[in-house]
Design a protein around this ligand. Structure first.
Ligand code: GRF
Length: 193
């Protein structure tokens, strides 16, 4: 990554849980290579541990319990407009954004998925990878489209699956590469815009 100057993209990160990717994105946003400014963290649950990273860095957060998808998306959209968001990064967000929402936002929405897409879309990727004795796994950052885990791939990183790996080990190894991959993918997409 090289240092680029210019206006940073106002970014919202959507989470549902642990938030280790949010933590790495916050770190990236503070680096000299950063092309983003994290203005908002959105969570669909008050229990998301990742909210603590937002609090620590004094980043505004918005919680919506998603009782009704259409209503929730409208409310989230209001927040995105309020903070003039021009990039959304999904990071372990367990809700699926509607086609209407994606089309209305018009700007890039990225997601990080813990597999070598197009293989292993959806949940429980590590279990399935191990069950199928795959030699490789990894992580993918892609653009979000209405079809789950299917948008254009921005960056992908591969690791070897070892015989001694179990779900926990594989998850840990993949998270480690994700924490570098997501900032790199953001850099790639924003430096090309
Ligand atoms: C990551 O493995 C990501 O690929 C997937 O959900 C997990 C989120 O982890 N979409 P964390 O909450 O960022 O720690």
């Amino acid at each position: 990554m090289e240092k680029l100057t210019g206006k940073k993209s106002n970014t919202a990160v959507f989470i549902s849980g642990r938030g280790s990717n949010l933590k790495s994105l916050i770190k990236y946003s503070k680096s000299k290579y950063s092309l983003i400014k994290i203005k908002l963290v959105v969570s669909n649950t008050i229990n998301a541990k990742g909210l603590n990273y937002a609090k620590k860095s004094k980043i505004k957060y918005y919680i919506n319990n998603y009782k009704n998808i259409a209503v929730s998306e409208k409310q989230i959209f209001k927040q995105l407009s309020r903070f003039k968001i021009d990039l959304i990064c999904l990071a372990g967000f367990m809700k699926i954004l509607s086609e209407k929402f994606i089309k209305k936002f018009k700007k890039p929405i990225l997601n990080i998925h813990p597999s070598l897409l197009p293989k292993y879309k959806g949940l429980n990727t590590h279990e399935r990878v191990l069950k199928n004795n795959e030699k490789y796994s990894g992580s993918t950052v892609h653009l979000v489209t209405p079809k789950l885990d299917s948008g254009k791939i921005i960056l992908q990183k591969k690791i070897k699956v070892l015989k001694s790996d179990n779900v926990k080990i594989l998850e840990k190894k993949i998270l480690k590469i994700e924490h570098k991959l997501y900032p790199e993918a953001i850099y790639k997409i924003l430096s090309n815009l």
